[in-house]
Design a protein. Sequence first.
Length: 437
Amino acid sequence: MIISNNSQKYIRLKKKYTKFETQNMTPNIMIKWKRADKINIFDVENKKYIDFTSGIFASSIGYNNNYLKKVVKQAVDKGFNHTYHFYNNYREQYVSKLIKFINSPKLNKCFLVSSGTEATETAIKVARIHGGSINKNKIGIITIKGNWHGRTMGSQMLAGNNHASKWIGFFDKNIHQIDFPYPWLKNFNKSNFFNNTIKKNFKKNFNFKKNISMIMLETFQGWGAVFYPKNFVKNIEKFCKKNKIILCFDEMQSGFARTGKKFGYEHYDVNPDMICCGKGMGSGFPLSGVIASKKIFDNKNIFGLSSTHSANPVACAAGIATIDIINKKKLVSNSMRQGKLLHKNLNQFVVKFNKILNTSLGKGLIASLIFKNYKNFSGKYFADKVSQKCLKRGLLVCNTGRESIKLGPPLIIDSKTINKASKIIFQSIEETLNEIN
């Protein structure tokens, strides 16, 4: 637990909240927000922080945006904050704008829901029904070891049979995993990495065409902003086409301009059959969705897609404003441009502090610093310490709870603030290293 300012005061704050809430709702970095504006948040003592988490990558267009507030207020003033799944103008306008924004030959129909894990569960359902309509055994799903897709039962099983999914009590034998090509692995960038991990994790006579409905990839591995080599994903696309398998990307963190492109899958020059979106999709409002091809969604066997908050008019209004702001402020190109500066700075830190820093990864305005063990201290220790020192200096970073710090400022950020935040990170790493030396 990383506690800012007066530790006793924030210990009391924790006790106050956990009196009625589960301790699972206790954040890694404990500050109490009071208000926010543009790229800054302010705590209850009016201390100002640069937010390099975007509210954990949901408030991508920044805080207190007047246009967003105007559009949402207009929706609220209509008097219906909820319509179940009845038609309304906000729903009509948003889905049309969304499909035009994505602008992909395969991604031309959508189903809106309210959370990322709900979108993932929908993708599982749609893929299995679609696959089962081809062959009754075609319900298997392949995911990547170390990827994360949500906290509900199906989405958590996609992350593998591990400690996090132990609570389920069983594991779906039709969910399979293959290895992630981490950049520190030998031969990670070889063109045969995908074929080798398929051979390693499946029996020789396994029939993919008859048994696998979907391969789902987290567009980058979340904890460290670890992207795949392009050839790895291209080989997956080729494999999916050969075996009539749906290629799906989990774009929760990577969608809507975060990586310097509209969607993260564009970095791999592939055309997925389905994507799952959330977080930055609604600029903090509960909006998520599955976008797929007409061929998939128009399958006559797919039915029962409904959700209490699907296409909520206020959330759709926020979605409309989000796309408008991304386009008007050219946030895709700003993410790429400012990202280059951010990654340049971070890579210099890796060289300077190579005793405790392993690498820096990411694209656009998503980045990570991955620490390593040094002397008697773990990489997690350094990540925790640096996060704490950044907080004291007025910078909020994403403390992942492991050996990494993740960085993702609002997409409206400028070069001056990138450099100011980078200086704080530098000072925090330097101070941490000096303390143990």
